[in-house]
Design a protein around this ligand. Structure first.
Ligand code: NAI
Ligand code: MG
Length: 363
């Protein structure tokens, strides 16, 4: 089946609009080649837009975005330490607001070493670094529960509460088992810190054990988060699918990005896998104000995120043309990465538009 996929596009700040424009050029070619139908609408939400108009993203904007099948986001955020953006106004006002309001409860981050890309790990190859992190995206320390007492005095107290619900843990764990089931190795590792976080960790551990009984074909393991950091460096081949709560997931996925070649290649999806609201796909990197407007940004992470968008949205909608289009984009990226051999991914000397053209040529 094929339908017209409605895509909301938020270019954002800095290099965001550049890498998004390049990725959309790739989509245009891939969609034409695969007979995939889509239409796109742009939205201005960004730090720059906020500084210009005072508007961040309100409930009416969220309602408008709900009408789309998926969202592609470049990156949002201004110069570091800009006092006008203090207090995480953009992160909370755009990124976290969308993740929470659209109930994007899975943050999916593939960690895969592509051909030609250098890993900082000695003697490790693409065969060793090939796993997916499933990070819970709506709970944990990110709920914003906490506060100050006696702020600004020598007796200042602050706390920030880790929240784990059985519902939130279980739906994330279930998604991870479903994903593991489709993979060749069918192996799922829970990462937590159950020896210290004896309440939140216990809720996760019991949910994991119970859901595991429904998936006898998936082998399971458990690692403490500190051990996971060590294994990701020393023995990344032990991982196939990792399921992890929000805060630990934030940290280990950056480590994952580093072992797979860095920010220039790290893609991600904030998923509402049930399709009740649109999912949002974005490169892991930020707006890189230091190189904005110079045609220096590597668009690969955004192109790959867009491939993931097409595959995921196509799967939810039952749109096989979109799935094929997304697969073609993924294959084309892997054909291009050998050209980065011996070069830095972020400072390759290829322009943003030239890299886009390389992907289009290999489609
Ligand atoms: P960053 O990822 O924007 O940049 C870190 C370094 O990596 C810089 O040297 C940059 O030039 C380089 N870099 C990043 N992406 C690149 C690409 N595609 N090609 C080549 N080089 C690339 O992180 P930073 O500097 O900490 O943050 C800059 C702004 O981005 C801040 O306002 C931050 O809040 C925001 N940010 C937004 C995110 C999002 O929208 N999801 C995620 C991370 C940061
Ligand atoms: Mg992060």
């Amino acid at each position: 089946m094929s339908s017209t996929l409605r895509l909301a596009v938020i270019g954002g700040d800095g290099i965001g609009p550049e890498v998004v424009a390049t990725a959309l050029d790739v989509l245009e070619s891939a969609a034409t080649a695969t007979g995939c139908q889509y239409e796109k609408t742009s939205f201005p939400f960004s730090a720059a837009h906020f500084l210009e108009t005072g508007h961040i993203l309100d409930d009416a904007d969220v309602a408008e975005l709900r009408k789309f099948d998926a969202i592609l986001l470049g990156a949002v955020g201004g110069l570091p330490n800009d006092p006008r953006l203090a207090g995480g106004v953009i992160e909370k006002g755009i990124l976290l607001k969308l993740r929470f309001e659209l109930d994007q409860y899975i943050n999916l981050r593939p960690v895969s070493l592509y051909p030609g890309i250098e890993t900082p790990l000695a003697n490790k190859t693409s065969a060793d670094i090939n796993f997916v992190c499933v990070r819970e995206n709506t709970e944990d320390l990110y709920c914003g529960i906490g506060g100050f007492v006696r702020k600004g005095t020598p007796h200042e107290v602050s706390n920030q509460t880790m929240v784990a619900t059985r519902f939130g843990a279980e739906r994330c764990i279930r998604y991870a088992f479903e994903l593991a089931k489709t993979r060749e190795r069918k192996h799922l590792t829970l990462v937590h810190k159950t020896n210290v976080l004896t309440f939140a960790g216990d809720t996760w551990y019991r949910a994991f054990q119970e859901v595991a009984e429904e998936y006898p074909e998936v082998t399971t393991d458990y690692h403490h988060v500190d051990a996971c950091c060590m294994f990701m460096v020393s023995r990344p081949e032990v991982y196939d699918v990792i399921v992890v709560p929000n805060m630990f997931g934030d940290i280990i996925t950056d480590l994952g990005a580093a072992i797979a070649g860095g920010m220039g290649i790290a893609s991600s999806g904030n998923l509402n896998p049930d399709g009740a609201a649109p999912s949002m796909f974005e490169p892991v990197h930020g707006s890189a104000p230091d190189i904005a407007g110079k045609n220096l940004a590597n668009p690969i992470a955004t192109i790959d995120s867009l491939g993931l968008l097409m595959r995921e949205t196509g799967r939810i909608q039952g749109d096989t043309a979109a799935v094929t289009c997304g697969e073609q984009i993924g294959v084309a990226v892997k054909k291009v990465t050998p050209q980065f051999a011996g070069k830095s991914l972020d400072r390759s000397g290829f322009g943003t538009d030239a890299i886009g053209k390389m992907v289009i040529d290999s489609l």
